[in-house]
Design a protein around this ligand. Structure first.
Ligand SMILES: [Zn+2]
Length: 675
């Protein structure tokens, strides 16, 4: 620790010396070696240097040896920004150094070129390691690049990627649950990630909450090797995500021992809080987010294919070639779960999570990424594409939907991770594409193609999810969303048959219970974890020891401080993006939307930048069933009814998708999900 501190100080000092060198050539200076004040100041300074930096290796300062031919300090002005000493006497130090340098009496670092080179090399190495990490460059390529750079003047760079990145030599793993296992530690990881927040963010934090995600992740297409990570999200904005434990093997873990370390440490932290610097912060476990199979596994309950497979109610399933749940049974509670009232719901083993003082029902919420996007929405698309003839669409109808989807591509804002694809690729659609379909594009592309009663059934789900995903709409319309979900399930039974009522569809009837506890769906969804899991997957570059590879990459990133970068787009950048077509549509309020056309130099009384906007006031609803679309900020507007107006930037309430289908009519749809 002390060593790091010294190294840090040394780096700062060298940065200061660099700034000095940049301004070294100033001629008209004098040198007075017999100035007692100077000697006194230098003595003081020398003392300070020793105190802060130790012996910086220049031998004794030889006052007599300097002359005007030594230009190093001539006229130099220290940049106090670079020389932030971060000590109580910071200012006096800086003043002393400035006075000292300005007086040109002395060369402090005249022989510092070695240090300067070393600093420059160190900075280059740090930039390189960040670049290697962010672009997933493999070690062989990095070795080769280092060789080239060393050959062309950067001979101080490390010879190997291993040294550059600080790759650990050994990664000790153990066996748990029949899998290779490594445990990082909850407290250790929390402390390490709390360090990434600015001090002012944590100053008033007395409590924070965390969420866990546990899921199986297949690593390769050709083998059954899968990773079972225990991932944690630290729910202080901006959310940090990191692993607590990694488990890897050729199948899934054969028992729940791989959770034991995490649960034991969590138990202690939830009871005693976390010692952070000089105070204790309380830690709360908000929820554990999993898909249905992983949830059944870690709770040690029957899978959704079992007769008592619903984790929210005790409704007995009905087997009709698949397990269906025709209605809702008695709602499960923590008490009925722990006392195993419905014994057929449980496996024999007791879940390690029962050791925690948590609600074994409500703290395992229904995740809409798996349940709705990858579950119900994908099921609907597949029923239309290749289901029974009663509801299967013709090839021509599928083609119309696909062409409409492709036609929407130019209107999707750049901050969406994917553009729409045709239904010919539906088997490969990702969860984000399915979310885009249920929230936005489906409402448009299915109209007039699906038979009206099927379209209305889809719209009930689409509007319900639109409400539940929005932090704003959910506050006012959660009851209505629940009614829509009930309608969707019931009319779905009529349209698609009893076999429609599988676990995912049935669980929609329980979804608003979780939304009442946790708020909008993104507050308890697997989407944020999914991105992280994909990153973990990309860390595996070959089939040899995948777990070791992942741990090494994580350590390299930690060392290169890749995760510590919090680049925030500045206001100008944000503005530039907002003016760009496809990103420039916004909802102002329930009765107004706009397109941003240009930035002006004017500001309003509060100092907000005024934007020139094409304003659409009192737009019409795009649809009226199942409800007036304006309730979820979906509008139909006409360009001829628009007018130009200056709008303060902070009036742009939410981003929108603007679809211009010609004929003077455009559609605005508020972007509802968390981007
Ligand atoms: Zn149920």
């Amino acid at each position: 620790m002390e060593k790091d501190k010294r190294k840090n100080y040394r780096r700062r000092w060298m940065a200061a010396s660099r700034s000095l060198q940049k301004t070294r050539h100033k001629p008209d200076t004098t040198f007075s070696s017999d100035d007692d004040d100077v000697v006194e100041r230098v003595d003081h300074l020398e003392g300070e240097f020793s105190q802060h930096y130790g012996n910086i290796g220049h031998g004794s300062h030889s006052f007599e040896s300097h002359s005007l031919s030594e230009p190093f300090l001539e006229g130099a002005a220290l940049n106090s920004d670079t020389l932030s000493l971060n000590e109580d006497d910071e200012h006096s130090d800086i003043n002393a150094i400035e006075n000292f340098c300005n007086s040109n009496e002395i060369e402090i670092l005249s022989s510092d070129s070695d240090f300067d080179d070393s600093l420059s090399c160190e900075m280059l190495a740090q930039d390189l390691s960040q670049w290697v990490n962010s672009h997933c460059i493999d070690h062989n390529a990095t070795d080769s690049l280092l060789g080239l750079l060393r050959k062309h003047g950067h001979s101080n760079l490390p010879m190997t990627a291993r040294t550059l990145l600080g790759t650990p030599k050994n990664v000790p793993t153990e066996m748990k649950s029949g899998m290779q296992y490594i445990y990082f530690g909850v407290e250790k990881q929390l402390l390490s990630h709390l360090e990434l927040y600015p001090e002012e963010t944590l100053r008033d934090v007395a409590t924070f909450d965390i969420s866990l995600n546990i899921d199986g992740l297949p690593l390769f297409k050709s083998t059954s090797t899968s990773l079972w990570p225990v991932i944690c999200s630290l729910n202080i904005k901006p959310t940090k995500i990191f692993p607590l434990a990694l488990t890897l093997g050729n199948a899934k873990p054969f028992d729940l021992e791989f959770l034991r370390d995490t649960v034991q440490e969590l138990n202690r932290l939830l009871l005693n809080g976390l010692n952070y610097k000089d105070h204790v912060i309380l830690v709360k476990l908000k929820c554990i987010i999993c898909d249905a199979p992983a949830k059944a596994f870690i709770k040690s309950i029957k899978l959704y294919s079992g007769y008592y497979g619903c984790d929210r109610c005790d409704q007995r399933g009905r087997w009709i070639g698949r397990m269906t749940y025709p209605t809702i049974g008695n709602i499960r509670t923590d008490q009925t779960f722990r006392s195993r009232v419905n014994d057929e719901h449980h496996h024999e083993a007791i879940s390690p999570f029962c050791d925690l003082q948590i609600d074994m029902i409500s703290q395992f919420p229904l995740d809409y990424m798996h349940l709705i996007c990858l579950g119900v929405v994908k099921k609907l698309l597949l029923l239309w594409k290749r289901g029974k003839k009663d509801y299967k669409l013709s090839a021509h109808q599928i083609d119309i939907i696909s062409r409409r989807l492709i036609a929407l591509r130019p209107f999707i804002p750049e901050n969406f991770s994917r553009k729409p694809r045709g239904l010919d690729e539906v088997d490969r659609w990702k969860a984000t594409e399915l979310r885009q379909f249920i929230l936005y594009t489906g409402k448009i592309v299915l109209k007039g193609v699906l038979p009206p009663e099927f379209y209305m059934n889809f719209m009930a789900l689409s509007v319900a999810v639109s409400i539940l995903v929005s932090p704003n709409f959910i506050r006012y319309h959660i009851d209505y969303a629940h009614q829509l979900l009930e309608y969707f399930v019931e009319s779905g039974r009529n349209l698609y048959g009893e076999e429609f009522l599988v676990y995912n569809v049935h669980s929609l009837l329980h979804l608003t219970d979780d939304a009442r506890t946790y708020g909008n769906l993104d507050n308890f969804s697997a989407f944020i974890f999914e991105n992280y899991l994909q990153k973990l997957k990309k860390m595996v570059r070959s089939g040899k020891s995948p777990l070791v590879q992942i741990v090494k990459r994580l350590e390299e990133m930690e060392k290169s401080k890749f995760f510590r970068e919090h680049t925030q787009a500045d206001a100008c950048e944000i503005l530039k993006i907002k003016i760009k077509k496809t990103n420039n549509a916004f909802i102002i309020d329930q009765r107004t939307c706009c397109e941003v056309v240009a930035k002006t130099n004017q500001k309003d009384q509060e100092g907000n930048i005024l934007l020139l906007c094409r304003l659409y006031e009192r737009p019409d609803a795009l649809f009226l069933e199942p409800c007036d679309s304006r309730i979820i900020s979906v509008f139909k507007a006409a360009r001829r009814n628009s007018r130009m107006k200056l709008i303060p930037m902070d009036c742009l309430r939410s981003q929108a998708i603007l679809i211009d289908e010609g004929e003077n009519t455009i559609t605005f749809m508020a972007v509802l999900h968390e981007i």
